[in-house]
Design a protein around this ligand. Structure first.
Ligand code: PBG
Length: 326
């Protein structure tokens, strides 16, 4: 046998060589940490289906955000669990609601941190859908003004970025308009543009207590089979004024992330969702896979696919691993 001309192994021989030729580098500054905030004090309630994730009160959320900040994580994204729910999700846009309260406290306690506020009705409606219902269906055009109202309330309370995850048509444009009308021209919009109707959201709904009481979200979230439609939604959201576009979930949709990042000239975010987190944690806790290694491999894959920003429940763990490596 002639000596192979191309020997990939030459550059894989030592850790230093591998590091030198590594194409993709995950950084703590790529990560966004989700926080679930609820009323109360000193709350740190484990989410049953998400080991290591907690429902927090404002004070403990501040501790968690400080921890993230110290590890070089630039941003948190807030989800609110309100004191009460109703058909219209009215606690979602109240100025004294849980998310505005948390935003004001975080703004003061960790001024340098980027604060992202998820905008959706599902945590605030008693029926668990992402908008208000009419004849058993989510009423798109009646929901959009409520989302815009929530976005304005969050921006006023200190959010740097509002992130609509509801999947109503026209919400990005309506939110941009409402923010600008209120003089909040500096608030950015990160749109969940390609959000698929996914089985991987299960554990989140456990944490946010937002499982729909009837039906499902397939009438407004995207069909997992559709990549071309994802591009259309991304272009639409950019035309309506989105500053960052998101693909969600991440790992089953790496092809969509690649397509989006090839086409657009704005930052692309990917949300590695609760079920993706839980799969790794469950297998690791059974001793079936190496959890920390699987986590870093998953995150670097999402980055390699083209994501600039990654929302992940593994943010603290990953940032710690990146810091230890240095
Ligand atoms: C709310 C929302 C969901 C997630 C983020 N925002 C749930 C859903 O659409 O049912 C899911 C996040 C996750 O699973 O980690 N609309």
């Amino acid at each position: 046998m002639r000596s192979p001309l191309i020997r990939g192994r030459r550059l894989r021989r030592t850790e230093t060589l591998r590091r030198m030729v590594r194409e993709t580098e995950l950084r703590a500054s790529d990560l966004i940490l989700p926080l679930f905030v609820e009323p109360g004090k000193g709350v740190r309630r484990p989410v049953g289906s998400m080991p290591g994730v907690f429902n927090l009160s404002v004070d403990t959320a501040i501790d968690e955000a400080k921890r993230a900040c110290d590890l070089g994580i630039p941003a948190v994204i807030l989800f609110g669990i309100p004191d009460s729910k109703d058909a219209a999700g009215s606690r979602g846009h109240a100025d004294d609601g849980i998310v505005p309260t948390a935003l004001r406290a975080l703004r003061e306690a960790v001024p340098e941190m980027v604060l992202v506020a998820d905008v959706c009705l599902c945590e605030y409606t008693d029926h668990g859908h992402c908008g208000i219902l009419r004849d058993g269906d989510v009423d798109n055009d009646a929901t959009v003004p409520l989302l815009a109202k929530a976005a304005v309330a969050y921006a006023k309370a200190g959010a740097d970025i509002v992130a609509p995850s509801d999947m109503m048509d026209g919400r990005v444009g309506a939110i941009r308009h409402a923010l600008d009308e209120s003089g909040l021209t500096a608030t950015a919009i990160m749109s969940y543009s390609a959000k698929f109707a996914s089985a991987f959201y299960g554990p989140f709904r456990d944490a946010a207590q937002s499982t729909p009481q009837s039906g499902d979200r397939r009438g407004y979230q995207m069909d997992p089979a559709n990549g071309r439609e994802a591009m259309r939604m991304v272009r639409r959201d950019l035309a309506e004024g989105a500053d960052v576009v998101m693909v969600k979930p991440a790992l089953p949709y790496l092809d969509v992330i690649r397509r989006v990042s090839d086409e657009v000239d704005v930052p692309v975010a990917a949300y590695c969702v609760s079920g993706e987190f839980t799969m790794i944690e469950a297998a690791a806790r059974n001793g079936w896979i190496d959890g920390p290694r699987a986590t870093m491999e998953a995150l670097v894959s999402i980055k390699r696919a083209g994501a600039d920003l990654i929302v992940t429940y593994h943010a603290l763990e990953a940032a710690k691993a990146l810091a230890d490596f240095r």
